[in-house]
Structure formats: C-alpha cells, structure tokens
Design a protein around this ligand. Sequence first.
Ligand code: ZN
Length: 338
Amino acid sequence: MDHSRYARQMVLPNMGQQGQDKLSAAHIAVVGCGALGTVAADLLVRSGVGGVTLIDRDVVELTNLQRQTLFDEEDARSRRPKAIAAAEKLRKVNSQVQLRALAVDFTWHNARDLVRWHDLVIDATDNHLARLTINDACLDEEIPFIYGGALGYTGMTMNILPGGPCYRCLIDDIPPAGAGDSCDVAGVLGAVTAVVAANQAAEAIKFIVDPDAMRKGLLDIDLLRGTYRALDLPRDLSCPACVEGKRDFLTPERHQEALVICGRNSVMLQNPTRGGLNLQDLANVLLDRGHHCLVDRFRLRLMLEGYELILFADGRTLVNGTEDPAVAKRLYSGIMGG
Ligand SMILES: [Zn+2]
C-alpha cells in the first residue's frame, strides 16, 4: 500500500514504516458517533488504521453541530443516522480505510458480537450503562478499550487493558436516577470533548504501534482551570467484573427495553432503573436544573424538546410524541444523567 500520504506521521519516533504497517493492519470499533466518536474516528481514519467500525443508534440534530465535527447542517436537516453520515464523510477523507457503519443500539445482546474481531474499542458513549456494557463485552473478548467522558469544561479518559483495572473498578454501578449530570442539562464545551477524543486516538495509535508508551491511570482534564491531572487508579480487588467474573451488563435485566406503542405515537421504556425511582427527589433535581415538571405519588411528568415524558415510580417511562426507540432512550438518558 502506498504510504506517502502518511509522511508527516512516519517520521515520528516509534512510528516509521513498521508502525504505519501495524496501523494499516488494525481494526478499531468506535462505540458512539457523537462528540468523542466523530473526533476520534476522524483522527484514526486520517492516521491510516486499516478499518474503523462506527456504531451509533442516533440521528444528527442541530444541537450536535457545536461539537460533533463530522456533521453539517444538511445532516441535521435530514436527520441522518450518525454512523452512516460519519462513514460517508470519512470515506472522502481516506478511501484506504475500511469503514463499516452500524446504525444500531449497542446493548446487552449484541455487545460481544460488535466488539469481537477488533483490536481495540473506543468508548465514545455518553452514559454509564453503555460503558459498563462495553466493559463486560471487552473483558469477555479480552479486547482493550479506551474510556472517555466529558461534561461541562471537564473530561476524563483511561486506558482499560486486559489484566489491569477495568471500568467497573472505577465505577461500581449505575448511579441512582438523577444523581449524575448529563450533557443535555449540564452542557459540554466542544473543546473539551475534542481534547478527550484526541487523547483516546493517541492512546489507540500507541496501543497498536508501541503499547509500552501508553499512559497509565486516569487522566482528569479541566479546561476552565487549564489543568491536566494523572491519577493512579488501582484495581478494585472486589470488582464484580474483572475479579469475580460477573457480566451483569450482558443480561437484559439492566437494560432498557423499548416497546413502541403502535397507534399512540409513544414508546415505553422498561427496566431503565433498578429498584424504582424516588419521584420527589428526581423532581427536585430536575427543578434545580430548570425543568418544569409535575409530580404526584405515582408519576412525574415533564416536557422535553416537544416530547412528553411520564416517569412512573416503578421505573417505567412513557415517551409521548415519538415511535422511535432511539429518541426515547436519548431523552431518558438526557434527564437521568450519565
Ligand atoms: Zn474491575
């Protein structure tokens, strides 16, 4: 293969022709084509990796354009699936890379199949459930993954390698409903997602070319203060996933099942939270964030982006105004935090 286009990269220490050959033989899965995924995939495709699989269930919207660098106004107008739109852009950037676009929900029953046969996975998701699912699937398949997250002006990233601490050593379980912020409510700076994703891409390239050069521990980034801190994160010796071998997030119990209610323009999400919801606590959190909601003993009702969400105390959530499960799940994770 002609590598002349990579001249500026091949002169780098540790790279050379040999490193470039390793890159062009590598296949990477990018789970999530949002702020992190578009930036990381762009850098990886330009660097000349052999193949990139793009996985995202969502469609492009106008509010994505502030930070999701592979999309434009036309993608948002026609609400194109993110994975498809991203792959199309990237094919124009580098036709030597095999691009696979999967507009699917990454969830318990397909996670293993989706990560299998890849050398590495980039976590470019925006919620704990998806990351814990990636974690379980990658542990099972013995594939490294690179965690990334961003909120406000801050971000984090960590390399999660077989035999080392896993994501569940870092966060034991999904926080209770309303405990975490999400980008939908707390906002996120496009520059911070770009910094996190650039770090993820750099670590992915090092994993393929020179794994000894990879960063250890967690990198904590705060662009408001302008600080970058490296934190040592030891393995949790009682970790249910990497020590005890449990794969809790590869079972249906922990995942949302979306039921489209035909003729009613509604989607019902089931099993979204463990042990039900404290609706009054959740209402207080949402009110603090400026959402107007109505709450009684049995349900909490709020409007979001023109859709009506009704959360029941047992954890079920009805989303009115759509028959698209992806929209319902996005709205739900938007208010619940991730
Ligand atoms: Zn662990």
